[in-house]
Design a protein around this ligand. Structure first.
Ligand code: SF4
Ligand code: SF4
Length: 461
């Protein structure tokens, strides 16, 4: 597909500068200058920003990053390595948006900045190769993801993993990748469609017909969670369709400056789901849902797709919110014995579910509805865990620092279960419990799996 320029309505307000630096020129072209000037430098966003709180340094804050973008566009500075680093250090958690009195769309600015930077990349050959392999070669292709899932399953089950660990082969990889490998769940090439088919009936009279967005990595590493999502929706009265032609949402691409690839994927998903004419499009991953709900913005300059993208975005909802607001909620119980001690459960926000989908209350409310459970709100549960898509792989130092502080708050809850609503957060929290917690007494789960297991317990008794 032909590459489009990311034009926007504020073109006339831009400074008339003939930049000699190619990246400055692209930033001038792609950044929304109105949004840059909307920032009134109040600093309300600083305490909400994890990277500012870790470092206390202005350029590591939303206000600082906006000031850097504006300085480049205004011709006050060149986009040097420090500029690129600061754009990459941002987690993209968007905790700065809900607290901003000027309603600055920071998430859009950082995506535009990264998109511009990726037009002038300075990656090493290996990083360039990895980006091409995963962004173009793997994530968009379901068949290749299945092969990857099958290969990982073979590695995990055949004894190869034991050999790799036993011989010290894993030590050839950077430490943070070794740690990630140790907490990966069982992979599979059998996703939700292969296990449950493309249509799953509602239990009782159907309330609505919904479509499941299954995700890319989600359906390889967390296929059971996808299946439990479908079964929970069915129990709550929804007929579920799962279109097999759907592709990756494009969130990892959009957050990494690959906007055109994100748009290409969005167009495929919009076409596939539009044909189904469903009432809702359900996501069980905050990171995916947040981009899906913004497909209207992503395709706003594309006249041919704008309207259909708005149709799509208006139907996207997180499973917790749909269950709570429109479902026939079944009973959930931790234990049927009346004298059993309540189990303490805490919840780590998915930043995108909270800050973009504005649905952070729903999972908490669902957890509170489980009998024999005490919900313990964690201090700073709304603060990013450091996962942030592939941030924990690309920025392991900062991600590790953020995780360590997060775990102090997790451990203070004394919870038996630590729940979350996004696969990346789930893995990061598992890593946190392994490194800084007690993995024997604390279990990390997706809120869907936790609820589905408590539903099964209710039925068994
Ligand atoms: S809160 Fe908003 S207006 Fe204030 S400094 Fe931060 S981004 Fe700018
Ligand atoms: S998106 Fe998150 S890390 Fe980035 S500036 Fe905003 S609050 Fe800070």
């Amino acid at each position: 597909m032909a590459k489009q320029s990311n034009t926007h309505p504020s073109l006339d307000n831009k400074p008339q500068i003939n930049h000699t630096n190619p990246l400055s020129r692209t930033l001038l072209e792609k950044l929304d200058y109105d949004q840059l000037t909307n920032c009134m430098r109040c600093g309300f966003c600083l305490p909400a920003c994890p990277t500012f709180r870790e470092t206390g340094v202005e350029p590591e804050s939303p206000r600082g990053r906006i000031a850097l973008m504006k300085a480049v566009v205004d011709g006050m500075m060149e986009p040097d390595d420090m500029f690129r680093d600061q754009m990459n250090h941002c987690l993209g958690c968007r905790a700065c948006e809900p607290v901003c009195p000027a309603d600055v769309k920071y998430g859009q600015l950082i995506e535009q900045a990264r998109d511009a930077i990726e037009d002038h990349p300075n990656h090493s050959l290996s990083v360039k190769g990895m980006r091409k392999l995963f962004f173009k070669g793997v994530f968009p292709h379901r068949n290749r993801l299945k092969v990857l899932g099958g290969a990982m399953k073979f590695y995990q089950k055949s004894g190869l993993r034991r050999v790799a660990r036993g011989t010290g082969m894993m030590k050839l990889f950077p430490r943070h990748l070794q740690q990630m490998e140790s907490i990966l769940p069982d992979a599979t090439s059998n996703g939700v469609v292969e296990q449950l088919g493309t249509v799953y009936p509602a239990t009782g009279t159907p309330i609505a017909r919904v479509a499941l967005f299954r995700g890319c990595i989600m359906d390889v590493m967390f296929a059971d969670t996808n299946c439990n999502t479908v079964k929970l929706l069915s129990e709550a009265g929804f007929e579920v369709v799962i279109p097999p032609e759907q592709v990756c949402c494009g969130a990892l691409h959009a957050h990494s400056g690959e906007m055109e690839q994100a748009r290409d994927l969005a167009r495929i998903n919009v076409r596939v789901f539009k044909e189904l004419n469903v009432d809702y499009i359900v996501s069980n991953a905050g990171g995916c849902g947040a981009l899906l709900i913004e497909y209207d913005h992503l395709l706003q300059q594309d006249v041919a797709w704008k309207e259909q993208a708005s149709w799509f975005a208006s139907r996207v909802v997180d499973i917790s919110r749909l269950l709570l607001e429109h479902g026939r909620l079944p009973a959930f119980a931790e234990s049927s014995e009346s004298n059993s001690e309540p189990v303490i459960v805490t919840y780590q926000d998915s930043c995108h579910l909270r800050n973009v989908m504005h649905s952070g209350a729903a999972p908490r409310e669902l957890i509170r509805q489980v009998t024999n459970v005490t919900f313990e709100e964690m201090k700073e549960a709304d603060r990013c865990c450091g996962s942030a898509g592939i941030y924990n792989v690309t920025q392991p130092e900062m991600a590790g620092q953020i995780l360590e502080h997060k775990m102090e708050n997790v451990n203070a809850t004394g919870a038996r279960y630590l729940l979350t609503s996004n696969p990346g957060c789930l893995l990061q929290m598992k890593l946190g419990v392994e490194k800084h917690g007690d993995s024997k007494s604390m279990e990390v789960q997706h809120v869907v799996d936790f609820l589905y297991e408590r539903l099964a317990k209710t039925k068994d008794n």
